[in-house]
Write a protein that binds this ligand. Structure first.
Ligand SMILES: Cc1cc2nc3c(=O)[nH]c(=O)nc-3n(C[C@H](O)[C@H](O)[C@H](O)COP(=O)(O)OP(=O)(O)OC[C@H]3O[C@@H](n4cnc5c(N)ncnc54)[C@H](O)[C@@H]3O)c2cc1C
Length: 471
């Protein structure tokens, strides 16, 4: 038999659950929307995805995808394989904002599983912490959808959401006036505001000497911290990217596609004492069509993601925007997708409005901890231009309650108890949150005032700070 070079092995698809007869309409083809499309398909729901951009958006640099979301790929053999190929496990070091080294390069150390104890098998540690090029990860999800025969409908900007609980239908109105209906609408339309990010090719030998992959081809990153600013430089086999978080120049916007001239970034950085020449060199080398400027706007946590009739539900950034320092924006968007698809399946077509509410109940407390973590990590990095080595840590991010979680299993196991809580007021306790954590409403203003009063923000839960620094 001759195999032509264009031969593609047959796709390996997951076993699809029996048809639920639930139609889902997903607004937004970001990581959250795409994963929702895949998981809703797997759970037997019908899927339609619309996206405002006229074409696939391929900007973005690196995102971390946590084990709690990666484990869902076990159902998707093609993606599991591709994920191993495109995801990388990097080593990183901490630096002052002048570039001076604070710690040696080290790998992420995840905390031991919380299920450890006499007679209990320890939870299996993930083989690595996956860092991804967002465009590649996004493309992988798009390709998997294509293999299912699902097409993303581009150029459809949603202007309005509506629902009719009596008819048990929800829907959207698109810019050209078209009305699209479904049994449930997933608003995965994000917020689009995180930080200034770029991707550049490594051409300059001086830059290459400082920022390079480690022996064995291991990707590496440097995290620089200073008063009000932090920068991350990441280099893998085929990409170099850098991110700079700095005080607002008041002319950035909440868009993932606003370009900025590198000379503008150089002007901003010239105001930072000790900002070294090597970093200016990196900025100067950045192609003009590759440097994006995003406004990073903090939003209050909001507990309600579901419309009054229960047929429209926000997921991902639309529900819970996070700072990049949470390291969890994409992971939590994927967890939402997995959880919601599972809740819809357990609930069945007659109970869609309860599926969305149960999903909300199961997810809010977990996600708000991670929003807070982003603020605490942000504050810890931005404290001074002469940071102590104790600041060279990613607070809480490696905790077992984050990586151990299985959102699909959790949704299936907890569905009935959460429903009883919502309908009858029975007792219910989430267990996908830090040990001993009791949610108390908090606001960004409250945290910022505490910070201004000189308080060091720490997590108000048991699994305390973890240091990754090796001095
Ligand atoms: C182009 C792009 C680049 C990004 N780059 C990075 C990055 O470098 N690093 C990082 O950490 N995070 C990045 N993010 C954000 C990150 O992917 C998300 O924070 C995270 O994955 C959560 O995803 P989400 O699906 O909830 O939201 P998003 O990824 O923001 O996706 C939302 C989607 O909804 C679409 N949309 C918005 N409004 C409408 C509307 N009215 N009608 C129809 N569609 C609409 C948007 O075009 C977008 O495709 C990027 C997001 C985008 C869209």
């Amino acid at each position: 038999m001759t195999i032509s070079p264009s031969y593609q092995p047959p796709h390996r698809l997951p076993t699809r659950c029996p048809a639920s007869n639930i139609s889902t309409l997903i607004v937004g083809a970001g990581v959250g929307g795409l994963m929702a499309g895949l998981e809703c398909w797997r759970k037997g729901h019908s899927v339609r995805i619309i996206e405002r951009s006229p074409v696939r958006l391929t900007s973005g640099d690196g995102v971390t995808i946590g084990h709690s979301a990666i484990r869902a790929l076990d159902h998707w053999p093609d993606m599991a394989e591709e994920n191993e190929r495109i995801g990388y496990d990097f080593m990183y070091s901490w630096h002052k904002i002048t570039g001076e080294k604070l710690t040696e390069k080290a790998r992420f150390q995840l905390n031991a599983g919380k299920t450890q104890g006499p007679g209990i098998e320890p939870a299996e540690q993930p083989p690595k912490v996956y860092r991804h090029s967002r465009p590649k990860f996004h493309l992988m999800l798009c390709r998997q959808l294509e293999k299912l025969g699902l097409e993303i409908e581009y150029g459809k900007r949603v202007m309005e959401y509506f629902e009719d609980p009596e008819l048990q239908k929800a829907g959207v109105v698109v810019e050209d006036g078209e009305r699209i209906e479904a049994d449930v609408v997933l608003a995965a339309d994000g917020i689009g505001s995180k930080s200034a990010r770029v991707t550049i090719a490594m051409a300059d030998p001086v830059v290459r000497e400082r920022f390079h992959v480690l022996p064995g081809g291991i990707p590496s990153a440097e995290i620089w911290i200073g008063a009000g600013v932090n920068a991350v430089f990441t280099v893998s086999q085929d990409e170099f990217s850098w991110v700079l978080i700095h005080p607002d120049a008041e002319d950035s916007s909440e868009s993932w596609s606003q370009l900025v001239d590198p000379s503008k970034a150089l002007e901003t950085m010239a105001t930072i004492p000790g900002w070294p020449e090597i970093a200016d060199r990196v900025i100067g080398l950045t192609p003009k069509d590759k440097l994006y400027d995003f406004k990073l706007i903090w939003r209050e946590p909001q507990p309600d993601w579901v419309s009054s009739g229960g047929l429209i539900v926000q997921i991902g950034d639309a529900a819970h925007p996070m700072l990049p320092t949470s390291g969890n924006g994409a992971t939590q968007a994927m967890e939402d997708a997995i959880s919601l698809a599972a809740c819809l399946q357990v609930a069945g077509k007659e109970n869609v409005q309860w599926a969305t509410r149960v999903h909300n109940k199961l997810r809010f407390e977990r996600v708000t901890c991670l929003q807070k973590l982003g603020i605490i990590n942000h504050q810890s990095r931005h404290r001074s231009n002469n940071p102590s080595p104790s600041q060279a840590r990613i607070i809480g991010l490696t905790a077992a309650w984050i990586w151990e979680h299985d959102p699909e299993r959790y949704a299936v196991e907890k569905y009935s108890a959460a429903l009883a809580y919502l309908r009858e007021g029975s007792a219910f306790q989430n267990t996908n949150i830090p040990r001993g954590y009791v949610y108390r409403p908090w606001t960004i203003d409250g945290l910022l005032s505490a910070k201004e009063e000189g308080q060091v923000l720490e997590m108000d839960w048991e699994e305390g700070p973890v240091s990754n620094s090796r001095l």
